[in-house]
Design a protein around this ligand. Structure first.
Ligand code: ZN
Length: 299
């Protein structure tokens, strides 16, 4: 146990806690890096979702984040392991060290597309507790949540199209989270979506003052844990299946291939899998340093 009563339960970058009966709260805990998601956090999240889903004493899961910001996206720092741990890879694709785009495709499929889809399909209700900035890959983590409570300072941005030469993040759920016209504007401009606009778009359920965020998420969880947990699973499955019948999964699989074309175009033109010329100068400088130190990596 830590001094504030939470437990890391063997995780380096997460807290896993039981804030109320039948509620598991998974807290991303890299506030100094705005909770950027690298391999370590990805597989710790995967383990924590599995832990909560397999624990029959848990009915509802809250996904939260320590610090000022929910998530700054995929970790491009080059720190930590670059590849998924072989003994934890969930998919069956293989070829993770392949040449050309072979290895990168396998990596992106495993750690961004399929693992995120698995969390989206976790059978128990997941409530997102979201504050501050949510950027690119961070948006994927918001979208796996069934219900989202966010603070009035929350804001959302997918910068991949405007600044990286990629048509959107790997988990391409944009047109199912907001109107298609708004999704196009959001991607083409790379602008921020405020919490209140996200609520108008139906992307979040509630916007509350920052100081009430955790209490509001827990209150919503408390309402749902009082219901029959099997029925809650059936509700989730029925709505998720409805979205899939509206083409969500097929559209996502198609967009994933477009995403790969974006990476490969950048590779062919510039030798790295993102369009360096589109990057803001400060980010470009960091990426140039990373490339000089470690060689290019996909996002
Ligand atoms: Zn990618």
């Amino acid at each position: 146990m830590t001094t504030d009563g939470t437990t890391q339960a063997g995780y380096e970058q997460l807290f896993y806690e039981i804030p109320a009966p039948k509620v598991a709260r998974i807290v991303m805990n890299r506030p100094d890096r705005r909770n950027a998601q690298g391999i370590t956090m990805t597989y710790e999240l995967d383990d924590a979702f599995r832990r909560a889903c397999h624990d029959d004493r848990i009915n509802v899961i809250i996904l939260a984040a320590a610090g000022a910001h929910f998530n700054a996206g995929h970790d491009l720092s080059g720190e930590g392991p670059a590849d998924p741990p072989r003994d934890r890879i969930a998919g069956l694709w293989g070829e993770y060290g392949g040449e050309g785009w072979q290895g990168a495709y396998a990596r992106e499929k495993e750690i961004y597309l399929e693992i995120t889809e698995r969390w989206r399909n976790a059978p128990k209700p997941v409530i997102g507790e979201i504050q501050g900035s949510v950027i690119s890959g961070g948006v994927m983590l918001a979208w796996v949540c069934d219900l989202i409570v966010c603070s009035d300072d929350a804001r959302f941005r997918d910068a991949t199209a405007a600044e990286m030469g990629i048509p959107g993040v790997e988990f391409f759920q944009h047109a199912y989270e907001m109107s298609p016209r708004k999704a196009k504007e959001w991607l083409m401009t790379g602008g921020w979506m405020t919490a209140h606009e996200a609520e108008r778009q139906g992307m979040v359920n509630r916007v509350v003052p920052r100081e009430h965020l955790s209490a509001a998420a827990l209150e919503l969880a408390g309402t749902i844990v009082a219901r029959n947990p099997f029925t809650m699973k059936l509700v989730k499955q029925a709505i998720n299946f409805s979205q899939d019948q509206m083409g969500r999964k097929a559209a996502m699989d198609h967009a994933f291939q477009m995403h790969q074309i974006g990476h490969m175009q950048a590779m062919l033109v510039g030798g790295v899998p993102i369009d360096l010329d589109s990057l803001p100068p400060a980010v470009r400088a960091n990426i140039d340093k990373l490339i000089a130190a470690n060689g290019p990596k996909p996002d």
